[in-house]
Design a binder for this molecule. Structure first.
Ligand code: ZN
Length: 196
């Protein structure tokens, strides 16, 4: 039962990747990934995620639906400390690894696929990491800031690339944002740093 929820999500993500050139070109989509179940871990943000997932598009709606359907079965992470991001942030944020070399449900060494949610009116402070990263907005919107570029409002269906160790931040407004993120390059299993 649970497995089929993850299969549905992976298939919906693959459909988005096939239809969005930036995603399609970022990695060769891994085939036949072994599945590893994880113990679910709830986060406070799940209620807000259901209430304020943000608007999807025709392309991204199946992925939003699949992610909301599986949310109770997922091992969610918070990663950051209250000192780094504040208590409100930790109540309204969360992410998990759908595929990857370490904590992914689908095991692969060529990429990580993560899903992140931020509730309305949240600021995700500047951070950086060695792997390259490609954000895909599943639903909702946020202003993405990348060092060296003007801030940019992204909505469902949009993508944003972060180069290796390029500092970035994001801010949500009236809507939450649900994102699907592809990673590639060295340090795939390392956590992000906020000392940028
Ligand atoms: Zn990042």
């Amino acid at each position: 039962m649970t497995r089929s929820l993850f299969d549905t999500t992976l298939a919906a993500a693959a459909t988005c990747a096939q239809n969005v050139p930036a995603l399609r070109d970022f990695i060769p989509w891994p085939k036949d990934m072994p599945f590893a179940n994880r113990t679910p871990r709830a986060i406070p943000a799940l209620g807000e995620m259901r209430q304020h997932p943000g608007a999807a598009t025709a392309l991204t709606q199946p992925l939003q639906d699949a992610l909301l359907a599986m949310a109770d079965h997922v091992q969610w992470n918070l990663t950051y400390t209250e000192e780094e991001v504040g208590a409100d942030f930790l109540r309204r944020f969360g992410w998990f690894e759908l595929a990857g070399p370490r904590d992914g449900y689908f095991q692969t060494d060529i990429t990580r696929m993560t899903v992140g949610y931020w509730g309305p009116n949240l600021y995700y402070p500047w951070h950086l990491h060695a792997p390259e990263e490609l954000y895909f907005v599943v639903s909702g919107e946020a202003t993405f800031e990348v060092e060296g570029h003007e801030p940019k409002l992204l909505r469902a269906g949009d993508t944003m690339f972060h180069a290796s160790n390029q500092p970035h931040a994001l801010t949500t407004h009236n809507s939450g944002i649900l994102t699907f993120v592809l990673w590639r390059g060295a340090g795939l299993a390392d956590p992000p740093r906020m000392d940028g």
